[in-house]
Design a protein around this ligand. Structure first.
Ligand code: TPP
Ligand code: SF4
Ligand code: MG
Length: 338
């Protein structure tokens, strides 16, 4: 293990030249992932970083770990196989909004439903970057691009809603340039057992510049986002005087000190609650009606596929009459092929 944090961080960098455009948000996400690994002190040989295809999916080249840059949309399928075959590996899946939610949508939801212990980083730049700017399943309605010259006529997926709809137990959101927050949520994702989805609001400077700016810009961030922390009241705003309450079955933004509202009225975040109702409402909050939720929104416990698969294999082995190759050839058992 490295002697200091700087050395630890460097041990996860590969010798490849990073080929993303200057100013691309992907650089900061790579940095955050390497910092996360350094803080968790995971041995390089215990890590596998698996991606599909896209600008974001180039990330495994830059990691000094096991890795696989696979085919478009198949990151979840490959990562699932790697984890189930070798549960000792800590598996990180790197994917884009196109890779995960368009061509790979099917694999994405089933990995979540199965609750395979994968840490998925979803780079959401609301565009197909690598193929030069087609709209994606997360592009805003009305978005003008090369494939939607008159504006899209469809509503986008919300990755948090999709995760929870697929019975997901972990969802977090961060912003590319907020490296400290990214490291915090990536560490939580690594510690969570089961599929962890981390959505990163990422800026593509070339094909969709400033798409998240109205909430990520320093000028507005404190008033237009809320960083959720388990066990803490849902307070936000530059003046720290805005909060969230439940009115009936809907969330509402209130101002502390107005209309008799005090800090005691503000909802307290329970990320570990199994019931996803409030988590879904928090994940779905959009500006300007609400602040956009950042941090760990959902982190609940549930049976994990790869652990259950291992356990099942052991139980079947235990019950089987066949304990060795010798048994296999001498039991006289035959497999009938119909
Ligand atoms: C089977 C197949 N279909 C289409 C493509 C073309 N293709 C490559 S990357 C990509 C979209 C990438 O978008 P995203 O996953 O959002 O990644 P980004 O480049 O934005 O990081 C597409 C359509 C391909 N490589 N393979
Ligand atoms: S095209 Fe966009 S997403 Fe791709 S490397 Fe350049 S800035 Fe990043
Ligand atoms: Mg994209």
């Amino acid at each position: 293990m490295a002697e200091n944090t700087k050395q630890a961080f460097l041990q996860y960098k590969s010798d490849q030249n990073v080929r993303w455009c200057p100013g691309c948000g992907d650089h900061a996400i790579l940095n955050a992932l390497q910092k996360t690994m350094a803080e968790l002190e995971v041995p390089n040989e215990d890590l596998a970083v698996i991606s599909g295809i896209g600008c974001s999916s180039r990330l495994p080249y830059y990691m000094n770990t096991y890795g696989f840059h696979t085919i478009h949309g198949r990151a979840s399928a490959m990562a699932s196989g790697v984890k189930v075959a070798n549960p000792k590996l800590q598996v990180w899946q790197i994917t884009g909004d196109g890779d995960a939610l368009a061509i790979g949508g099917n694999h994405f939801i089933h990995a979540i439903r199965r609750n395979i212990d994968l840490n998925v980083i979803l780079f959401n730049n609301q565009i197909y970057g690598l193929t030069k700017g087609q709209y994606s399943p997360t592009s805003k309605r009305g978005f003008i691009s090369k494939t939607s010259p008159f504006g899209t006529i469809e509503y986008p997926f919300r990755p948090g809603e999709l995760t929870i709809g697929a019975r997901g137990y972990f969802f977090a959101r961060t912003i590319d340039k907020e490296i400290k927050l990214s490291v915090h949520v990536m560490k939580a994702a690594a510690k969570h057992k089961g599929t962890s989805i981390v959505e990163v609001l990422q800026n593509c400077v070339i094909y969709n510049n400033n798409t998240h700016q109205e909430i990520t810009d320093k000028k507005y961030k404190d008033d237009r986002t809320i960083v959720l922390e388990h066990g803490k009241p849902m307070i936000f705003g530059k003046e720290r005087n805005k909060g969230l309450i439940l009115e009936g079955i809907t969330l509402k933004v209130v101002t502390i000190g107005e209309n008799g509202i005090t800090e005691k009225d503000i909802l307290v975040h329970d990320a570990h609650c199994e019931d996803p109702t409030i988590h879904l409402k928090l994940a779905d909050m959009e500006y300007p009606d609400f602040p956009v939720a950042l941090g760990v929104i959902r982190d609940a416990a549930a049976p994990v596929y790869d652990e259950c698969a291992q356990q099942q294999i052991e139980e079947i082995k235990e019950k089987s009459k066949i304990k060795s190759f010798h048994d296999l050839v001498t039991t006289g058992d035959v497999w009938e092929v119909k």
